[in-house]
Structures are given as structure tokens and as C-alpha cells.
Design a binder for this molecule. Structure first.
Ligand code: NI
Length: 190
């Protein structure tokens, strides 16, 4: 395994519409997935998309620990939607279940040192296949929905600042930590 170099905003690979993965079981894809998992852990990120490591394929990894959920009052089945284990998602498709927008702070390993406030649909269903070629389909809310949408934007060449409606809410991480409520900090997606 290896820690891969992460492309930063401005690199053309981050603007590409990525290609479908033809063979999820290919050995070189397994190696890429293992390296992406190691790279994400090393960078302390919540998600990583293949183009961020200079590979323009429709492949993302992410996790949404329950501790990062901003859910407070949902019932049991709904709170389940807020968390996800480390997930490999190949050729993902997103369906928006509730177009109501929810704001949250995001960061990105390709936009180091910055945080921005991004509105996104709060309830989605996503599907794809995992590293073993098994079909994955889940409903997601809260941070879980946010991180999946953020990662899937990457494979369509979109970075979170392009989703921002108010650029006055683009901040340096150090100022963000200094000035903003720490409960908000916990909600920041990668
Ligand atoms: Ni990102």
C-alpha cells in the first residue's frame, strides 16, 4: 500500500467528468482502493474521490461516524441514516429524496486550509457497487448525506466552493476554529 499525492484545486483532473469503472474486481482497482483508504486515513479525511489522487474514475470512499452526526431528534430508523461505516462506492448514483436544503461546513483535502458553508439536499438515496462488486443502496441524511454528495461532486468535476451561494462564508480553517462554535466544527465534512 502507499500514501498517494492529493491533487489540489486548480489541477485539471479535479475538473474532469470521470469515467465509469468497467471492472470493479480488477486487481489494479483493488490496489487503488487500498491506497485511497490509506491516504484518507493519513490525511484524517472523511472522504476521498479517485480524481483527488489523479485517477479520473467514478470511485469514492467515505465514512460518516455517528459522532459526526448533527441529528438530535430523529427517530430510530432515521438516525440510522446519519451514520455509515467506511464505504467503497463504485459508479455511484444519487437520488434526491427531499429537496429541502440544509447548510453545513465543508472542507476538502483538495482545498487545504479552508472551510466553506454549503447548502445541500438533506435526504438522499445512493447506490453503486462495493469493492467486491456487491450492490450497495442506502438512504442518507445529515453528515452522511453531505459527505456522499461532496464526494460524488468530485467525480463530476465539482469542488465545494462551486456549490457555495455566499462566499463570505469561505474561511481559513484557523479562523474557523478560532471564531466559530466548536459544535459546528465537528460537523465539517471533508
Ligand atoms: Ni473533497
Amino acid at each position: 500500500m502507499a500514501i498517494l499525492k492529493i491533487a489540489r484545486m486548480g489541477h485539471p483532473v479535479l475538473s474532469e467528468i470521470c469515467a465509469q469503472v468497467r471492472d470493479p474486481a480488477a486487481p489494479e482497482l483493488r490496489r487503488l482502493i487500498a491506497d485511497m483508504i490509506e491516504t484518507m486515513a493519513d490525511a484524517n479525511g472523511a472522504g476521498l474521490a479517485a480524481p483527488q489522487v489523479h485517477v479520473p474514475l467514478r470511485l469514492v470512499i467515505f465514512q460518516a461516524p455517528a459522532s459526526r452526526s448533527n441529528d438530535t431528534g430523529a427517530d430510530e430508523p432515521e438516525s440510522f441514516d446519519h451514520a455509515a461505516p467506511l464505504t467503497v462506492l463504485i459508479n455511484p448514483v444519487i437520488e434526491v429524496l427531499d429537496t429541502t436544503l440544509e447548510g453545513g461546513w465543508e472542507g476538502c483535502l483538495s482545498v487545504p486550509g479552508l472551510r466553506g458553508w454549503v447548502d445541500r439536499p438533506r435526504h438522499i438515496r445512493y447506490s453503486g457497487v462495493d469493492a467486491e462488486g456487491r450492490r450497495v443502496q442506502r438512504d442518507a441524511r445529515g453528515f452522511h448525506a453531505r459527505v456522499v454528495q461532496h464526494e460524488c461532486d468530485h467525480i463530476n468535476g465539482v469542488l465545494y466552493p462551486q456549490r457555495m451561494r455566499d462566499l463570505s462564508k469561505l474561511t481559513f480553517e484557523s479562523e474557523f476554529r478560532h471564531w466559530l462554535d466548536h459544535s459546528e466544527e465537528k460537523r465539517a465534512a471533508e
